[in-house]
Design a protein around this ligand. Structure first.
Ligand SMILES: [Zn+2]
Ligand SMILES: [Zn+2]
Length: 280
């Protein structure tokens, strides 16, 4: 018999990391947003910077979705920092961006030299302090260096960041629960992607079980990483509900509770309390 909660429609859902203004959605972005709204989404954190953030927010609002706009230079592009820096500074000073990201280190693909990745990561962490914005962290095969840099940064930040005042999220977290707890100590939320649903993954279910829902986010990273049963197809924000249902089964908690907590966490991190929403 089918689990009853799987047939329930969710509400108050947030996709904490996706790229819906990327070219993969050029032909059907309106339908993608409509499906997100039908699936219960109220907020999407959008990582892209080619289109005016106010226009993007307006378009999402027509579907009842709050868009969080994030700008930053990905570690893959660190080698081009000199050409990209000016545009980033213009975007940040215009004031329409809600966070800096995704920034970090990627030693898996190594598309920029490591020393440049580190420098560009640190420069953008400094910008986050200067603009008082939260950060969205990308770290792949670089756990030790990413953690060390974030630890140093959290200590020299002018405000006392920490578990009670979050300053960022570790997107697509796929390391072990011990590291997740160390990041939470520094003031980060842990974001779970569709990777959690893949059967060859060892650590993420343990992370889901051990970390309290008030420190978790859920994300698609659309168009990538579609969760089971959609693995291998183009991902989109509506499918974050499959990851929520997976977490709900693991933690033995109602899906709606996972949706409510993760949305509340996202609103707190991105300081969206002033935006209309179903939150208590
Ligand atoms: Zn990433
Ligand atoms: Zn991403």
């Amino acid at each position: 018999m089918k689990n009853k909660s799987e047939t329930l429609l969710l509400s108050n859902v947030t996709d904490a990391h996706s790229h819906i203004w990327s070219h993969e959605f050029a032909n059907d972005r309106s339908q993608v947003l409509e499906r997100a709204s039908d699936a219960g989404l109220v907020c999407i954190v959008d990582i892209s910077y080619d289109v005016d953030p106010e226009l993007r927010k307006q378009k999402a609002r027509t579907q009842g979705i709050n868009l969080v706009c994030v700008a930053g230079i990905h570690p893959h592009d660190a080698k081009d920092f000199d050409q990209l820096e000016k545009a980033l500074l213009n975007q940040l000073s215009a004031g329409s961006y809600d966070a800096i990201g995704e920034i970090g280190l990627d030693y898996y693909r190594n598309l920029s030299p490591v020393d440049q990745q580190v420098t560009v990561f640190q420069k953008q962490l400094d910008l986050a302090i200067e603009y008082d914005l939260p950060v969205v962290i990308h770290s792949r095969d670089a756990d030790d260096d990413t953690y060390k840099i974030l630890k140093d940064w959290s200590q020299r930040a002018p405000r006392n960041y920490g578990p009670d005042r979050e300053i960022g999220m570790i997107h697509c977290f796929s390391s072990d629960a011990g590291l997740a707890e160390k990041y939470i100590e520094l003031g980060f939320l842990i974001s779970i992607s569709g990777i959690a649903t893949f059967d060859n993954v060892k650590d993420t279910p343990e992370v889901v079980l051990r970390i309290d829902t008030n420190k978790l986010l859920v994300e698609t990273d659309a168009p990538y990483l579609a969760p089971v049963p959609h693995r291998g197809t183009r991902n989109e924000p509506a499918l974050v509900t499959d990851t929520i249902k997976f977490i709900s089964a693991l933690k033995k908690m109602p899906s709606q509770k996972i949706a409510d907590s993760t949305t509340k966490n996202a609103y707190r991190l991105f300081r969206l309390n002033h935006v209309k929403g179903d939150l208590q």
